[in-house]
Design a protein around this ligand. Structure first.
Ligand code: KG4
Ligand code: ZN
Length: 340
């Protein structure tokens, strides 16, 4: 008999619900919150209010699109953390209430593990390709940059991570410095397509082992623009494409250097990428190039599973369901990474 999981994600500024049948996604509805764009970042209070408005219609739509009645659900999986507490509370309270009303198991999911487990979503077709254990995943989002070694579905170890800003944050901050709205990552990606990535160079951080640092890059970008604006007040508008391409190259090169180092040192040759920044076109090409050169075998997520989504929560919930690992109603959300 099939397992039907309803996944709910509300850790940051996307309200999402997905329905999964075994490892196949039947629906994955995401409501973005436009309200934050003019503030240059996510405003926590506005995010939790928007989740409250969105959660019922989003869940309703996910069930409708999947053609699944709530009485058919086997369990409800939801994001317990890490994320914004006010946002997490909306999703977790909703998940608890619905699981209680339907008298079905409640399953907590760690958001960062879920980004990785999204690679186990299948289409139920021949040619479905999933990573084999152990593999390495570079998870790059607005809040995290981690190189993780995955030995089993829930046996993961962080072997490198950022000591300051996340890669997504570096994209968003660079965009903000250039006067672009939040989130700036996708805009930089778009504008960089017409730019020369060698037009400007920025100092690369020198951090030991597999750790990252992006705060120095942001500062050198800020000072570089400030100096140039003194002589040419239109410097940013006139060089938007080249600036975008150059800062993007600096971020992607940094991500790739440590990843290749981790592959060489661990000898693990299956590599996945996950998180919002894995939607970046230049990063995806750089990963495919390494596969082409025979450095590793690459797993790149579909676009809909890169940024925050409930499909990844549902698939993580599915593997917990198989283990019979259910949560108590007293479980409380956490804002910072406590797992892995
Ligand atoms: O995983 P995610 O949706 O949320 C977090 O858990 O943080 O990642 C969001 C981040 C943002 O920083 C956003 O700018 C970045 O992913 N992002 C991109 C692209 N698409 C999303 N960064 C660069 N290029 C993109 N195409
Ligand atoms: Zn995320």
């Amino acid at each position: 008999m099939s397992v039907f999981i309803l996944g709910i994600e509300s850790s940051c500024d996307d309200t999402s619900a997905a329905v999964l049948q075994d490892t196949r996604i039947l629906s994955n509805i995401i409501a973005n919150q436009q309200v934050h764009s003019r503030f240059g970042g996510v405003v926590p209070e506005l995010a939790s209010r928007a989740h409250q408005q969105n959660i019922i219609p989003v869940v309703h739509e996910a069930l409708k699109m999947a053609g699944v009645d709530k009485s058919q659900l086997s369990a409800i999986a939801f994001t317990l953390g890490p994320g914004l507490l006010g946002s997490l509370l909306v999703g977790s309270s909703f998940a608890k209430s619905l699981a209680w009303a339907l008298n079905i198991p409640l399953i907590e999911v760690d958001h960062m593990q879920a980004h990785i487990l999204a690679h186990f979503i299948t289409k139920g077709e021949e040619g479905d390709r999933v990573p084999e254990f152990p593999f390495i995943c570079l998870t790059v989002s607005g809040g995290h940059t981690q190189i993780v070694r995955i030995d089993d579905y829930f046996s993961m170890k962080i072997i490198g991570q950022t000591i300051d800003d996340a890669a997504g944050e570096a994209f968003d901050k660079a965009a903000k410095i250039m006067g672009l709205p939040y989130p700036g990552g996708p805009l930089i990606d778009k504008m960089a397509k017409d730019g020369n990535d060698k037009a400007f160079t920025f100092a690369k951080p020198n951090i030991p082992l597999f750790d990252y640092s992006f705060s120095g890059l942001k500062t050198s970008f800020l000072y570089f623009l400030r100096d140039n604006l003194k002589t040419n007040p239109h410097f940013i508008e006139e060089n938007m494409a080249d600036l975008s391409a150059s800062i993007q190259k600096a971020i992607v090169d940094t991500l790739m250097d440590k990843l290749v180092k981790a592959v060489k040192q661990t000898g693990i040759r299956q590599v996945a990428i996950a998180g919002g920044v894995s939607a970046n076109s230049v990063f995806r090409s750089a990963i495919l190039q390494k596969q082409h050169e025979g450095v590793f075998e690459a797993f790149i997520p579909e676009f809909q599973y890169t940024t925050d989504n409930a499909a990844m929560i549902a698939i993580a919930g599915y593997y917990r369901f198989l283990q019979g690992s259910f949560s108590d109603y007293s479980i409380k959300p956490y804002s910072r990474s406590v797992k892995m």
